[in-house]
Design a binder for this molecule. Structure first.
Ligand code: UGA
Length: 448
């Protein structure tokens, strides 16, 4: 099928690449002409595991076309996936101006009927507005549009794997005809008819489920899922604080909790809390949406508040262990909001660094992927690709992202190069016992 993807960010590029790998003919467009030029030249503008390989194969098989001409892309596809950003406004409400812009563009440029699919994370009821906008701006009302909602559940860092091996594919539609089109699009994924770059022929056996719902349900499923996961993390973080007060170990507690299949083991890791461009903004948008329909979503507000306080808790530990921050040299290990991505949007590490700088510290940072994105925002920080270099001469090391290379750091080697053997671990990466045996003053979250 011929498909158009509007927006070549994290969601759009992965969606376009994987749908091309599934055998569709995909046209990708973006208002950022530089990005399109980069893609045409075979460069991938974001770091996402396996994405480069999937895009290369799609290009070699002539399944993917990039164009900065949105009109050309819109006319080429039978189905149009909207993958543009929906950033938060001051009020927490999602800014839907990019979606509105695309809707008007599609209505103006289309010459034949289109199924317009919202893939960006949008608040419930956006589908209705999209239908209205498409009808209102359509060329003399002659071109007919249908709308569908197909929320993505991709995690940055494992987005390609998540796309090819989904737990569920949710499709909200307004007609059986649209449902049939969406089933056809996803048939190769569900039937495993694609070259999997992740497992090279040894894919896991389960293949996910395609759920057909109403548009509003599909929109709600996305927000309800992200918010629930965010609440789960905040819950684990409160348990962690409680453990510190009463002398229990959060990992023993959450491990046992997670063995109950009704709870599940994932998203119970205590520490610096959640960041990224999804949870913080989605939780805010969901609170806002709920309030507009007269529902005070207290639980979500609490989860958000707990998350914001994680940085304070971290600084309580820093102040207690390091005492005065002013004039101290501090290493920050990790800039990205989580491992395996170069994304620093709403990254707790950046808040930590800003506060360290405000309090007069000298900061040396290391991250395997996110240095070039962070540098322009925080130019006074010294950056090192090699974490051992970042640790030289520091009074304290702060762990902010759970990268594998930090997990595997040889602290026996780093220790003698530091001015003081102090590690404050925001991601609970190391064994307290081992760090103490190596002579470190070691602090983490909720552990003995
Ligand atoms: C999240 C969801 O997991 C995806 O299903 C969803 O598609 C995506 O948002 C989206 O809406 O686009 P993502 O933001 O990539 O994906 O990251 P997660 O892996 O969910 O992690 C979010 C944050 O929570 C990270 O900062 C991570 O460090 C933190 N986290 C995660 C914890 O603090 N504790 C945990 O136990 C798990």
């Amino acid at each position: 099928m011929r498909l158009t993807v509007i927006g070549c960010g994290y969601v759009g590029l992965v969606t376009g690449a994987c749908l091309a790998a599934a055998g569709h003919e995909v046209y990708c467009t973006d208002i950022d002409e530089k990005r399109i030029e980069q893609l045409k030249a075979g460069k991938v503008p974001i770091y996402e595991e396996h994405l480069e390989e999937v895009l290369k194969r799609a290009a070699a098989e002539k399944k993917i076309t990039y164009t900065a001409d949105a009109g050309e892309a819109i006319r080429a596809g039978e189905v149009i996936f909207i993958c543009v950003g929906t950033p938060p406004k001051e009020s927490g409400e999602a800014d839907l101006s990019a979606i509105d812009h695309v809707a008007r563009q599609v209505a103006r440029e289309a010459r034949s009927p289109k199924l317009v699919v919202e893939k960006s994370t949008v608040p419930a009821l956006t589908g209705r507005q999209l239908q209205k906008a498409l009808a209102a701006y359509s060329q003399n009302g002659t071109v007919k549009f249908e709308v569908a909602s197909n929320p993505e559940f991709l995690r940055e860092g494992t987005a390609v794997e998540d796309f090819f091996h989904p737990d569920r594919i949710v499709v909200g539609v307004e007609s059986e005809k649209s449902a049939a089109v969406m089933r056809e699009i996803y048939a190769p994924i569900l039937e495993r008819k694609f070259h999997c770059p992740v497992h090279s022929g040894k894919c896991p056996s389960s293949s996910g489920e395609l759920l057909i719902t109403t548009i509003s349900s599909a929109e709600l499923i996305k927000h309800a899922s992200n918010s629930y996961l965010a609440m789960k993390i905040s819950y684990a973080n409160v348990i962690s604080d409680l453990c510190e007060r009463i002398g229990a170990d959060v990992e023993e507690v959450t491990h046992a909790m997670g063995l109950d299949p009704r709870i599940g083991a994932q998203f119970l890791k205590a520490g610096l809390g959640f960041g990224g461009f999804c949870f913080p903004k989605d939780i805010q948008a969901f609170i806002h949406l709920s309030s507009t329909v007269g529902i005070d979503f207290e639980m979500l507000k609490a989860a958000e508040r707990v998350n914001k306080q994680r940085i304070d808790r971290f600084f309580d530990k820093i102040h207690k262990a390091l005492w005065v921050i002013k004039g101290k040299k501090v290493a920050v290990l990790g800039l990205a909001f989580k491992a395996n991505t170069d994304d620093i949007r709403f990254a707790p590490a950046l808040d930590v660094i800003r506060r360290l700088l405000d309090e007069g510290a000298e900061v040396q940072a290391s991250d395997p992927q996110a240095i070039s994105r962070t540098k322009p925002l925080l130019p006074s920080v010294k950056y090192f690709e090699d974490p051992y270099e970042a640790l030289k001469g520091v009074d304290a090391a702060l762990v902010c992202t759970e990268w594998q290379v930090f997990r595997k750091l040889d602290w026996a080697k780093a220790g003698p190069t530091m001015a003081r053997r102090l590690v404050i671990d925001g991601r609970n990466l190391y064994s307290s016992k081992k760090m103490q045996e190596l002579g470190f003053d070691y602090h983490s979250f909720g552990r003995l």
